[in-house]
Write a protein that binds this ligand. Structure first.
Ligand SMILES: *Cc1c(COP(=O)(O)O)cnc(C)c1O
Length: 340
């Protein structure tokens, strides 16, 4: 697709072909050199461990074009560290120091013409993927791996302005077990979430809401995003062994603390939802998706958070601050941004 034909203001979150991706192969016990490819396909053995036994990890981050025309990539090192932890959990070889960073920068530079203009509020989504490519029939880790990063331009999450939406508690299905893979970014967690997500959408909600799998008492995740609530000048987010450590959530906690708020990471009983002044789901896609209400249909309870249906002032301030840092409108005092 040509840059002139891309409608930056109306991009959605779907795959658009770009010019290049970058790849690296692990063979004979070591990682090779970075390769640049213009093919969208990867040749793969039919007995590859990623296909049968889910030996795979992915990441998600973004590059933003600033008012000054410069390109900024948000928290590369945090994504690298999280991928490393997923590698340990899935018995995949970690990347050598610096390779993740170099490959992310390279793939963004190679596809420079696909980075949306500042005014559109759109961005370039970066998707690193690590998969077991070696053949196994028995359940063992592969001996060969492929690490690939592709990029695709994605639209502004809030097209009609920053707004709050309803969520629904799904009790029939669990996303992740207490001592399972919930803290790692693996595709299997998404396979486990598809039915709950479809149920929520079919009922007209923006997303499904998970309670802890063991007791069904505490707040876990909002679909594929972390939860936070705001009350009494405090930012409260769940402590759980099945939540993915969101880099957006971590960033919001730092920003909130610097705004003079207290931070609490602890179990949050679902009934506590009635006490929050504001709440949101957070992740790379939206930064913050404010929560209007959470319906627990099975129990016949509706926890209304945004009484006027609008995002609250704290969510708005946090959202604007983090977006400001990402787009280069505000000073990056945390050293989160790589400027190209
Ligand atoms: C990726 C992801 C998130 C959000 O993480 P960010 O680093 O903030 O993008 C939250 N929950 C799940 C399950 C995820 O996979």
């Amino acid at each position: 697709m040509d840059k002139k034909t891309l409608d930056w203001d109306n991009l959605s979150f779907s795959y658009i072909k770009t010019d290049y991706n970058v790849r690296c192969y692990y063979r004979n016990g070591k990682w090779g050199e970075m390769e640049v490819s213009s093919s969208e396909l990867i040749p793969i053995h039919m007995a590859a461990t990623s296909l049968h036994y889910g030996q795979e990890a992915f990441e998600g981050l973004k590059a933003y074009r600033g008012k000054d025309g410069k390109v900024r990539i948000f928290r590369i090192e945090a994504n690298n560290a999280r991928l490393k932890s997923t590698c340990e959990a899935t018995l995949m070889p970690a990347l050598p120091d610096g390779l993740f960073h170099d490959m992310v920068v390279k793939v963004v530079q190679l596809n420079e013409r696909f980075i949306p203009p500042y005014e559109s509020g759109a961005s370039l989504y970066i998707r690193p993927l690590l998969i077991g490519t070696g053949a196994q029939v028995g359940v063992h880790p592969a001996e060969e791996y492929l690490f690939v990063i592709f990029v695709t331009p994605v639209g502004a999450y809030f097209k009609e302005g920053f707004s709050a939406t309803p969520y629904v508690v799904i009790r029939q299905y669990d996303r992740a077990a207490p001592l399972g893979m919930g803290t790692y970014k693996v595709g299997g967690n998404y396979a486990a979430s598809l039915r709950a997500n479809k149920m929520a959408h079919d009922m007209g909600y923006s997303c499904e809401f998970y309670l802890d799998a063991k007791e069904k008492k505490y707040i876990d995740e909002c679909g594929a995003a972390n939860f936070f609530g705001i009350k009494n000048n405090t930012y409260v987010t769940p402590l759980s062994t099945s939540i993915l450590p969101s880099i957006t959530n971590d960033s919001l906690q730092r920003v909130a603390a610097d705004m003079g708020m207290k931070i609490e990471r602890r179990q949050i009983p679902i009934e506590e939802l009635t006490t929050f002044e504001e709440a949101g789901a957070c992740g790379t896609a939206a930064v913050i998706a404010p929560i209007e209400r959470i319906d627990d249909v099975e129990k016949g309870v509706s926890y209304v958070i945004a009484k006027d249906g609008k995002p609250g002032p704290v969510c708005k301030k946090l959202y604007e601050t983090l977006r400001g840092i990402q787009y280069g409108d505000l000073e990056d005092k945390y050293g989160w941004v790589t400027v190209l």
